[in-house]
Write a protein that binds this ligand. Structure first.
Ligand SMILES: *[C@@H]1O[C@H](CO)[C@@H](O)[C@H](O)[C@H]1NC(C)=O
Ligand SMILES: *[C@@H]1O[C@H](CO)[C@@H](O)[C@H](O)[C@H]1NC(C)=O
Ligand SMILES: *[C@@H]1O[C@H](CO)[C@@H](O)[C@H](O)[C@H]1NC(C)=O
Ligand SMILES: *[C@@H]1O[C@H](CO)[C@@H](O)[C@H](O)[C@H]1NC(C)=O
Length: 317
């Protein structure tokens, strides 16, 4: 309330002391409200005066001013003598009550009458859009990322195992910390997620976002298969490589199987650049290069060794 009073006096000081209304200057028309996700804007059609810049001022009246303050109006400081035909009234609509709004035009020493919004505006009528949502499978973890819409917004997130819609689970989120963990997934089935926003101040919810489904990545069974195939590869390599080494030139041995490469390949935590390229959009470039998966790489570079295989499986699992 104190803030509002200060703002009133500030605006009163800033506003030029014009006298009387000029009926030749029409009041702004088509005054309407655009309100989405608790952000409210008053708009109006421009008043056209040839060769002049028209300025607009906006005032509001809440339930309190109407009923207990002698129907007084409060100027919106940010929208005092502006040239735009839109005013951000979000800060001023601070309660879920009916507001009156009005706007007038100024040109030089001429001032129009007030044009008033038809009917009242109540923020309960704001249109709520479903949240922007990203569902992520990080290994066995089902994660969700929701757009931060501000402190007034909460999110109701529903998630379920595909085909088990009746056993839907629900999570209410008040504070959005970039990514939220929903559940631990089983390998195999898809997990689906949808979310809606909820605004406590008006006790209303948006519709639900589009359903997004993911499944657990890099399941243990997959790694087992990889490991088995790899060990088969090692067995073959164990037979063929010494033969090739013996048969072909020494260059082959030094370029493909130098001793120094062995520990590096196994301990490097980041995949080689070639591997990154394979996963990115640069698929065309990728085709020109030799793309290798980790298991292939190990097979190509490493001399067969039970110890090495065990180490590698430990690291990848
Ligand atoms: C008000 O809006 C209507 C339709 O959008 C338009 O035809 C009319 O010209 C507008 N009035 C003014 C004063 O701009
Ligand atoms: C209320 O407004 C009327 C005229 O609009 C004025 O005569 C009266 O003094 C005002 N009362 C108060 C308490 O401001
Ligand atoms: C309108 O005002 C609100 C509250 O001050 C602010 O959060 C929002 O970004 C503003 N919107 C625009 C488009 O200026
Ligand atoms: C919110 O609205 C629901 C109906 O949509 C109602 O059951 C509930 O009591 C309301 N809660 C509050 C706090 O007004």
């Amino acid at each position: 309330m104190a803030l509002k009073l200060i703002s009133f006096f500030l605006c009163a000081l800033i506003a030029p002391n014009l006298t009387g209304e000029d009926t030749s200057l029409p009041a702004p028309q088509n005054i309407s409200i655009l309100s989405t996700n608790m952000k409210h804007f008053l708009t109006w059609s421009p008043v056209i005066v040839q060769g002049e810049t028209v300025r607009y001022s906006v005032e509001f009246q809440g339930e309190y001013e109407r009923d207990y303050a002698n129907e007084s109006w409060i100027p919106i400081c940010e929208c005092s003598l502006i040239t735009a035909t839109v005013c951000n009234i979000t800060e001023d609509i601070s309660a879920t009550v009916a507001y009156n709004l009005r706007v007038r035009a100024d040109v030089g020493a001429r001032r129009s009458e007030w044009g008033t919004l038809k009917g009242f505006f109540n923020r309960i009528t704001t249109s709520l859009t479903p949240p922007v949502m990203k569902v992520i499978a990080a290994g066995y973890h089902l994660l969700v990322e929701l757009e931060d819409m501000g402190p007034a917004f909460q999110f109701c997130v529903l998630y379920w195992k595909k085909g088990q819609e009746s056993r839907m689970q629900q999570k209410m989120m008040k504070e959005i910390s970039s990514v939220v963990h929903l559940d631990t997934m089983e390998a195999g089935p898809d997990y689906c997620v949808k979310a809606q926003t909820y605004v406590e101040a008006i006790n209303r919810s948006s519709s639900f976002s589009q359903i997004q489904c993911v499944r657990a990545q890099g399941s243990r069974s997959m790694w087992l298969v990889t490991a088995l195939i790899s060990s088969a590869g090692f067995a073959v390599a164990a037979l063929i490589l010494p033969f090739l080494t013996w048969k072909k030139s020494k260059v082959f041995q030094y370029s493909c199987c130098p001793d120094a490469v062995l520990p590096d390949t196994l301990t490097v935590s980041e995949p080689p650049t070639q591997l990154i390229l394979c996963g990115s959009e640069e698929a065309e470039q990728c085709d020109l290069m030799v793309c290798v998966t980790p298991s292939e790489e190990v097979l190509r570079l490493v001399m067969p060794s039970e110890e090495v295989l065990r180490l590698w499986i430990q690291e990848t699992l």
